[in-house]
Structures are given as structure tokens and as C-alpha cells.
Design a protein around this ligand. Sequence first.
Ligand SMILES: Cc1ncc(COP(=O)(O)O)c(C=O)c1O
Length: 445
Amino acid sequence: MTTADNPTEHLADQYVASAYANDRAHVFHSWSAQGALKPVVITGGSGSRIWDDRGTTYLDFSSQLVNVNLGHQHPKMIEAIKAQADRLCTIAPTAANDMRSEAARLIAERAPGDLNMVFFTNGGAEAIENAIRLAKGHTGRMKVLSAYRSYHGSTTGAISLTGEARRFDNEPGMPGAIKFFGPYLYRSVFHATTEQEECERALQHLRDVVIGEGADRVAAIVLETVVGTNGILMPPDGYLAGVRSLCDEFGIMMIADEVMAGFGRCGEWFAVNYWGVTPDLITFAKGVNSGYVPLGGVVISQKIADTFRDRVFQGGLTYSGHPLACATAVASINIFETDGIIEHARMLGTDVIGPELRSFADRHASVGEVRGLGVFWAIELVSNQQTRTPADAATMQTVTSACKSRGLWPFIAANRIHVVPPCNTSVDDTRAGLAIIDEVLSLND
Ligand SMILES: Cc1ncc(COP(=O)(O)O)c(C=O)c1O
């Protein structure tokens, strides 16, 4: 795209011109040493593309923070926001509201089993906080188990449950947050050599941790159905079912964190549906409405909801079930249905991304492993395929720059390229993005 047909040209140029300077002077960014930042000024987007203030267009292979599942500026989503803004921008959570009720119904109908009730939040971390509050309230127990390879959000409870290093500076956090290792055959801590072995050993280890902590003290096991930011780790067949039966055996609540994996990312409404497992609570956010207005929540099983039939649930948020946010969830779910987005995401995984990534693994020396499903894939880069030594930060920086200079906005996490475009990306755009990654990987061969 040339500067001449850059759609941002008509924008208030004085704001665009000062965006970078004001950002550096006044915006304090997440997860960053502020001094090192040089953010690109993004001025617009459409579908699977975004563009910057210099007229450069990028194919968005990140869906931003893996949330823009319907792509940018979907006209029906914009229409829904405008229509709801005209009717009622906000109302307290104490009232009933048509959009809130409809969003809850649509979400509950797509959740497995008897997960019939929805508590709305503004995002994923708050969803986790309230899921553990519900589990603790229901069981009367205090401990919550989560995986080392996980991210669950940055509020106090959620960051305490997060297993990866972003937890460290927030410690000591919530009491009773206990960690375990989940399955990850490529870097098995269980010295397993097959998926089945990994599954069995990971389940035995989890059982040992539960018993070691006092099974009757454990309120919940929270796990990402497919681990997202920490590697796109698909559970081996049988793992989630094994966690479910362990929870049943000891009266522990199973919380599936689907903030990233849900709403089309895995080619399913809820990723647990792929493995046919019904947890007690599911957390969601991101893809539920592609983040057009902040929204998250918890889908709650009837038995947990019943605990709070006569007993007060001690939790709430001024913006719980915000009408603008819920209107976009309703619009998004309807678009998913009419446009067959779930099926499209599934097809991109099986017919386009999966086969292409497997060919990268065969052809490029720097590719250690590829894995994923739907539009949720990781290419794990290594400096040596035998030792599986992760590619270093300098290599990943080069990969990032090489992608961006070729017009691809990548999602890079540690030594991995996550291939996570919007769920409705066309086959041609998906192939175009993969061709850029292929070319970038060739630079390392
Ligand atoms: C699996 C998972 N859970 C929770 C969160 C936290 O969500 P939020 O950033 O909306 O608070 C994230 C965010 O990336 C996530 O990936």
C-alpha cells in the first residue's frame, strides 16, 4: 500500500503526528522497561491487516494479543457498537439488560454440560479471580493448583497462579497457589518418549502433588486447555479426561482457562469440546468479542451456581455485563454462526497451517518442533535440533524485524513464532503470511 491510498490520511493529523511523542512522554507500557521502547504508531486496520502512520501495511499474524479473532474493524461489530451506543451505553449490573442476557444465553448454550450461568468481567485476569473465588466458596477449601508453564493474568490471584517468570516480581502472592508440571513431550520433565507416556506420567505427578498438598485442602486445579503464551502446548489425548477424574475423585473443581484458547482459536467454541471434557468452570475473554470493547467472564456449572442460590456471592464489578461489551459479544457470536468461522478456523489448521508448518520442520534447520490446531500454532526455534537448545533472544529479535520488514506482524514468545492470525483470515492471506515466515526461516538455514 502506498501513502497515497493510506486510509488514515483523513484522520486528525495533529494527533497522529504527536502520537509517538506523547506515548513516550506519558504512556506507561505493560511488561516493559520503559526506556527501551520504540512503539510503532498504528493508525488503522481492516480484516487481517493493520497499518502504521508511515503507510506501511502489515498482515496481522498475531491477532494483537491473540484476541482479535474476527479481524479488525468488522463492519457488523462496528454497527453493533453504534446501535447499542444509541440505545444505552451503560447500566449497573443490578439491572437486567437485553444484551447482557442474550450474550449469557449464547455463551452458555455453546458451553459443554451444565455450564449454564455466566458471570461477566472486563477481561481474563478478573475472570480467573472470580473463578477461583467461586471454587473456593463452593468447596470451602483454600488451595489452588496451576501449571508452571502457564499465564493466567496479572492481578494478584491470577499472577500467583501464573507459572512462568512474570510471576517472580509479584511474589509472594496469593497464599495457597501451588504449581505442577503439565505435559510437554518435546521438553519432557518426566523423561517420557511418547505422548502416552507423557500423559500418564504428568497425571501421576499431578496426583502426587494433590495428595502431597492434602487433597481435601485443594479447591481447584486451573489449567489452560491449550497452553497459550507459554508454548501452544496441546494436551495429549487422555490428559484432560485424567484431570477431570482426579478432580471428581477428590471433590476438586476443574477450571479450564480458555481466555486465549476459546471462541474459535482452536476451531471450537470452547477448546474443551475438542477433547469432550466438561470442566466445572470455564474462563473466557479475548475472542468472545475480539476485544472491540473489553469483556471476559466465567461460565459456571449449575452445581456451583446453586451454592450461591441462598448464599451471597461476595464478588462484583461496576462494569460486569457492560451493555456495549455484551452487544459486541452477541454480534460476534452471530457472525461466527452465519459466516462459519469455527469451521473456517478448523480448516485453516488442518488444510493450510498444519501441513505448511510441518514442511518448515522438514526443511529448516532452526525449527525444532511445530504444533497446534485451528489458528493456534507454534514454531519452536532451536540453535541445534539434536540438543533442542532454544534459539536466543538476539535470533528472535532478528526474526521479528525480518517479519516486520516483509509486512508481517508476528507474535513472538521466547524462542517461538506463534502463528495466530484472525480466525477469518482468508486462505490466500494465510498462505501469504506463511510464505513470509518461510523466507525469514531460510535466512537462518
Ligand atoms: C490463558 C490466559 N488467561 C488469562 C489471561 C489474562 O487476560 P487479560 O489480559 O484480559 O486480563 C490471558 C492473557 O493473555 C491468557 O492468555
